[in-house]
Design a protein around this ligand. Sequence first.
Ligand code: UDP
Length: 235
Amino acid sequence: MKFKRVLLKLSGESLMSADETVDPGKLAAYANEIKSIADKGVEVGIVIGGGNIFRGSLGENDGIDRVQGDYMGMLATVVNGMALQWALEKTGIKAHVLSGLSVEKVTERMSRRKAIQYLEHGDVVIICGGTGNPFFTTDSAAVLRALEIKADAVLKGTRVDGVYNSDPEKNPAAAKFEHLTFDEAISKDLKIMDLTAFTLCRENNMLIIVFNFNIPGNLLKVLTGENVGTVISNH
Ligand code: UDP
């Protein structure tokens, strides 16, 4: 396996279907992909978004105070984290939910030491609640947690095959990058992750691989070193 320990960033939005906020079929698909690498001995930390339920910026458009909305968004990530824990445990994978926002009846409080202990034991760790602070995103939370747990890479699962020079869902001529530096990603203003997440990676030399999580088997391919997605690094 290419990496010993990874931080998988999953979007909340991809859990949604036309009828369901958290679609059980999509949840099961997420869990099967994660199981495929956990079974091979890869230590897996997961940060999941909350965009299927609530986003602070959406609330702001409706007149909801930004900070109030951000906390609602962070709670949404807890809901998704609990759903993913249930789905993983159904596949026989032991998963712990740790939260940066205290909701202690349903999650454990995020602690770097505890997270690492669970990972070393071979369990999956879902770190939800974002950073625990408003004005951040779950992408920034993913990089922060990856650095805390000393992951080898952030694997950002998306619904497109990697990073393109324009939106491939809108422009059929869009071209995919095989590799980018953080400086290139920032200067081209590519909307892959927010600046906070990128600068954290750049300053701490954290590798990111952006790949299509909706294609079964892709996550395992990233781990076996196949040319899937776009690699973003300092060099
Ligand atoms: N959020 C926040 N602080 C964080 C992480 C998330 O305030 O550290 C809030 C923010 O309002 C965001 C929402 O949680 O809109 C849901 O997260 P995100 O939009 O990143 O989820 P995704 O789009 O990945 O599903």
